[in-house]
Design a protein around this ligand. Structure first.
Ligand SMILES: C[S@@+](CC[C@H](N)C(=O)[O-])C[C@H]1O[C@@H](n2cnc3c(N)ncnc32)[C@H](O)[C@@H]1O
Length: 293
């Protein structure tokens, strides 16, 4: 299976406009889809990912052999992007790319615990060194806290009944797996929602909220953005693909408030229908771009 199919590839590369010798950071290198395209066109790339499996995959990749001189890989959190760039000698950048969220590899690997479809442990850590897994939240947080998470992070309308069902279920038995949790949420939906939405699995929002909290995704994004502007040369571009409204809101607000950035996308750019058909995971993607002035 392909590690990950890059989303909005053509558009992001158009905005980054790589050419011989230009420097880039791909802050979420994942399967390298975007990074390899930048390298192919002559750019030099610092690729960061907090998931060691992503870094290992790219190092093994055939494509890298020919281009290894131009790609520097760091396993780390983009919340440290300033420090990482400094220690690798990357400054005066032509572009920085963030392609947020999870990779297909992370979603498809049952043992990583991101998916409600594949049975696996309730893990959801992008970085295996994190102390807290989804398991810990689901089995230890009280009802109010669970409700708060589901409401805040994924606007789950059934947050309270889901939190209640989780607390009841774990009194009988610890909730160990992704599919156990998915079944608990499905049962809540079956009780409360008469008309089923066949396109979206009932556990989608519950899983999204847990994933965001386990990986502190919004905090990391908020911490990293202010560090990016100093790394860009004048005319350098910050290119961000986000996949849900809370992420997109953080990016939008940051672009507006940072006086050294000119917004190049007054409205976010989404994928064409043809891309969504070929890759349904692209459906919610929103691209925003700003330029250092
Ligand atoms: C959507 S994938 C990127 C896919 C990549 N653009 C490609 O074409 O293959 C998102 C990646 O970002 C990584 N990631 C998410 N949050 C991160 C963070 N705070 N620091 C570093 N990497 C992060 C994930 O581990 C994942 O591999």
């Amino acid at each position: 299976m392909k590690y990950h199919r890059p989303v909005l590839l053509q558009k992001t590369i158009e905005f980054l406009d790589p050419a011989r010798g230009k420097l880039f950071i791909d802050a979420t290198v994942g399967g390298g889809g975007h990074a390899f395209e930048l390298l192919k066109r002559g750019g030099k790339v610092l690729g960061i990912d907090r998931d060691p499996e992503a870094i290992k995959h790219i190092k093994k990749s055939q494509k890298l052999k020919a281009k290894s001189q131009k790609l520097v890989l760091v396993c780390g959190n983009f919340s440290q992007i300033g420090e990482i760039a400094k220690s690798e000698g990357f400054s005066q950048l032509s572009g920085i790319l963030f392609d947020l969220g999870v990779s297909s590899h992370q979603l498809e690997e049952a043992r990583r615990g991101f998916s409600f479809i594949h049975e696996g442990p309730l893990d959801m850590r992008m970085d295996p060194n994190l102390n807290v897994r989804a398991f810990d939240l689901v089995n230890n947080f009280d009802k109010r806290r669970l409700n708060e998470i589901f409401k805040t992070y994924s606007q789950e309308e059934l947050s309270w009944p889901i939190a209640d069902a989780i607390c009841r279920a774990r009194q009988v038995k610890t909730i160990e797996t992704t599919t156990e949790l998915a079944k608990i949420v499905e049962a809540v939906y079956a009780r409360h929602i008469k008309r089923k939405n066949k396109r979206i699995h009932p556990a989608t929002k519950t899983f999204l909220a847990l994933r965001l909290v386990v990986n502190s995704e919004l905090l990391n994004l908020e911490d990293s953005l202010p560090q990016t502007v100093d790394l860009l040369e004048i005319g350098g571009r910050l290119v961000i693909v986000s996949y849900h409204s809370l992420e997109d809101g953080i990016v939008k607000r940051f672009f507006k408030q940072e006086s050294r950035l000119k917004i190049l996308t007054p409205k976010p750019i989404g994928p064409e229908n043809s891309e969504i058909e070929a890759n349904p995971r692209a459906r919610s993607a929103k691209l925003r771009v700003a330029e250092r002035i």
